[in-house]
Write a protein that binds this ligand. Structure first.
Ligand SMILES: *Cc1c(COP(=O)(O)O)cnc(C)c1O
Length: 431
């Protein structure tokens, strides 16, 4: 099986953390997202402990909550002692409603509106990650009017190509995010920030991309960022105490993807940061990391009920499920790979090669192509693994399909953490 929390019981059913998926579905219906909370917590602890062990005091992982944002996940991040990264006032609001201590929140985004800036300051968001000069002026002005000194990181692009998918590659010079070191715009942003009365510059941020398996792109980025840090000390007398290396560590979606040792990766980055600081003769900054996908992706499975099966002789076969791009747009967006299984017949021979199609009126509404499973029958249960990140958070109501429910599994118990959307929810804002 793809992950160690997945097994097959003596009824031939898929179990997740010991729970029979057919029983979960009997209680909660489909489509159902099943989140193994204990697995998320274990991964959080791996990051927290590895950062504590291999980086200077003050180093902390921040959960990049755009991966999966709902109240209970912020409570989880809080109890695991993590910070969070938020990218909108919607995420700030959700975290606040969950009781997350917002002084441990970092506010990202390449276009914070005046309203966003005001909202974040009003609610005591600890740190802004400033994207550009215009935004810096706006943050400074707003902080001045409120009589505060806003703590700040600057988002920089180190010019790294981590060789991941183009749509999730964010650290190159021509990225829409941040200021490039190579063009001199990063330095310009530093000089401007240092001249401001109402912001307190603490350091730099970079995020090079997502679904990266190897530690080397992070090491390359760290070297460039530390070199920049040393240059700014030499040229402007500012020695940044904080460096945020962003998120991006991958997870295996199929059994041909490599398994990732997060602890070992962090240790290698830690060693490199220490060595590089020694070489550059700078005090080692506190290191922040922003894992999103690698905290939640492989802890969640989506369960669908099979509808029709269609055989088009000489062409292809389809199996349709009662969800699709509305709860998981990642295949439609960028042909993301997924592993699927027929959850109620795990031991039947896999003899049917097919495309898993969603229910929406879009030919591109597919979950995966060319998967081989037992020939499905109407009413069977289809599981799609690794749906914790960028699924629910990217979900839509296209075709007025309600968003699915989510249950969390912990300590042998299950509980609803996101209610299924109702038909009335769909019309709530219609006048
Ligand atoms: C998306 C994002 C992350 C998280 O990336 P993952 O690949 O999910 O770990 C972290 N930081 C920033 C700024 C991001 O935009």
């Amino acid at each position: 099986m793809l992950y160690d929390n997945l097994t097959i019981n003596d009824r031939g059913h898929l179990t997740i953390a010991g729970h029979d998926t057919t029983e979960l579905v009997r209680e909660y219906g489909t489509p159902l997202m099943v989140l193994d909370e204990d697995r998320v917590r274990a991964r959080c602890r791996t990051y927290v402990e590895a950062l504590r062990e291999h980086f200077p005091a003050g180093s902390l992982p921040l959960y990049a909550s755009k991966a999966l944002s709902f109240k209970e996940i912020y409570r989880l991040a809080a109890t695991e002692g993590m910070g969070i990264d938020v990218v909108s006032i919607g995420e700030i609001h959700t975290a606040q409603q969950a009781g997350f201590p917002l002084e441990r929140a970092y506010f990202h985004g390449n276009n914070k509106t005046d309203e966003d800036i005001a909202f974040a300051m009003e609610h005591g968001v600890g740190y802004f990650v400033c994207d550009n000069l215009d935004e810096l002026d706006a943050i400074d002005a707003k902080a001045g009017r409120r009589g505060i000194r806003q703590k700040l990181l600057l988002r920089l692009t180190p010019g790294i190509d981590p060789h991941t998918h183009e749509k999730i590659n964010t650290g190159r010079i021509d990225s829409k995010f941040g200021a490039a070191i190579e063009t001199g715009q990063a330095e310009e942003l530093v000089v401007r920030a240092l001249s401001k009365q109402n912001v307190e510059l603490l350091g730099y941020h970079c995020h090079i991309g997502s679904q990266i398996f190897d530690h080397t792109p992070f090491c390359d980025a760290a070297i460039l960022m530390l070199q920049f840090l040393a240059d700014m000390r030499d040229r402007h007398g500012f020695c940044a105490p904080v460096l945020n290396l962003g998120g991006g560590m991958g997870v295996p979606y199929t059994d041909t993807d490599p398994v990732i040792d997060y602890k070992a990766n962090i240790e290698k980055i830690g060693k490199l940061v220490a060595d590089t600081c020694k070489k550059l003769n700078i005090p080692a900054p506190a290191i922040l990391m922003e894992p999103g996908r690698s905290l939640v992706a492989d802890a969640c499975t989506t369960l669908y009920t099979v509808g029709g099966t269609k055989v088009i002789p000489g062409f292809k076969n389809y199996v349709s499920v009662d969800g699709g791009m509305t709860d998981n747009p990642r295949y439609a967006l960028y042909q993301a790979a997924y592993t699927v299984a027929l959850a109620n017949r795990m031991q039947d021979p896999a003899d049917f090669c097919c495309t898993v199609a969603g229910r929406c009126c879009e030919s591109g509404d597919l979950i995966q192509e060319d998967v081989t499973i037992p020939t499905p029958r109407r009413g069977d249960l289809l599981a799609v693994f690794t749906t914790g990140a960028y699924n629910y958070s990217m979900a839509s109501n296209y075709n007025r399909v309600p968003r699915p429910a989510m249950v969390a599994l912990s300590d042998g118990q299950h509980r609803l953490v996101i209610r299924r959307e109702s038909l009335d929810d769909l019309t709530r804002n219609d006048v």
